[in-house]
Design a protein around this ligand. Sequence first.
Ligand code: ATP
Length: 518
Amino acid sequence: MKNIIPAASLGLPISIEKKASMDEALELFSLSGEEILIVMADGEYIGALSRRSLFNAKRYGLKVNLSEIAEEIPSGETFPGLEVLRNPLGAFLVLKETPKSLITLKEGPLLQEGLFKKETVKLKGELKTFAQILCEISSELGVSAYFVGGVVRDLILNRPCFDIDVVITRKVQKFAEKFARALQGEIIKKSLFGTFKIKAGAYIFDIAQMRWEYYEAPARLPRIAPGPLRLDLFRRDFTVNALALCPVTGQIVDFYGGVADIFSQKLRVLHVLSFIDDPTRIFRAARYATRFNLELTKTTLRAIDLALKFETLNLLTPARLRNEFLRIFEEKEPLKAILFLKKHRILKKLFSLDPDETLFKKAFHLAEVAGLGERAEIELVALLLAGSPEEFAKLELSTKKFESYQRQRKSLEEKASWLLDPAIPVSEKVFFLEKFPKELLCASVSFLDEDFLLRCFKHYFKVSPGLSGKDLKRLGLNSGPILGKILKKIRAAKLDGQIKDGEEITFLEKELKNGFPS
Ligand code: ATP
């Protein structure tokens, strides 16, 4: 505690009124040389405005009030008499008694004085071996290497991770080659951003140079350049993923409060324009928030508001949007992520149909029972959400496909009451329904009987005649289209409960005597 300077003696932070214009704020940043201004309204503190967010908002031509881009300051550790607050930008604010006594401090002195806990992790098993190899190659090449991103998060959460990201300071190609050789793996891809993907057993490694990045315009791919670890972590999606781990010491590098956010289950963007820069991060938010049960912080919610207000979602290319949905379907509970997107108005912004939660639940339950693959799942989503061929195209689906689904949907609608009629034999209904794609049947649960569809997927569609064409020929029947008709009749008898498995031949003999099939 001896190193803590009393907050009051450090004076007041530079503040700006919420009503001030963007230009006035920019001028104040220039004049004061500060990175953060405190936004005030009626003497109350309402958030921290970062120079970078204001500058980028201006660069993108966004017209915003200062309060829309002011960020909340998460609380850090508490000490007797004062609370230390952390801003993702790396500045710390010490709050004492009233909001007016907020003071800004640079990150360095506090970190060095050990005010913040240093977390370390004990590496075990294969990760320990990987760390040793990283250390050896790093010292051989005279570079530094860190594990970064999801692997650090998963390590803290004690979850297995087979996708491991590594950043190094320089010589990335040499490093990747040596690393692949040491692991007896192979380089399988070199990405646009100079990243090397290595496959070694069950593991996939991404080896990249530490870099910083900026966006020329919303939703574009970023421009990149080599940079320090602090900025490599700042360019990431959420604080829980903006962590690095030093393989030499096992120490976690946490500039932005990611460890605290993991333990308090918070999903926090690194800055308020994060979703304007890259709207795919909202879909990532849907995955992480539901997978780890994380609560969105105020700044994260504000970042969603901004992305919606400035229409950035519609700037995503179909390939990128489709890819995000595919990744959602890789999750254990994709429905939760889809409902997250609905709750946060993302789906409504992209598509005109707005099905209620119950319809999503029913359709996804059917899809699970039907065992739809990822491609069909995307089409199910498109069927539930898209009201026009243009909206279908947002998921890389063709106009032709849209029209074909529309036609088939109409046939289903026309038969909806016929399908409900108990006098119609089950077999006739099954023969009719099984001609349609499964995803369309799932999406049609809004007007078709859910129970009947469930029975179709669980049982009826799987009922087989129990005999093949070959069997019929062996029984003395001549080949030709007649065989198909006979098999269909046997299947119908099974679907309608007239016969059970094993009774096919007796049934066939009886029917043949009666001149079957007519
Ligand atoms: P998952 O468990 O879903 O695979 P992951 O964290 O490994 O999670 P990846 O998609 O493999 O996710 O990305 C690796 C890391 O790269 C992330 O942890 C994150 O730090 C960063 N990252 C990936 N995509 C983005 C993005 N669109 N914007 C910012 N950072 C990103």
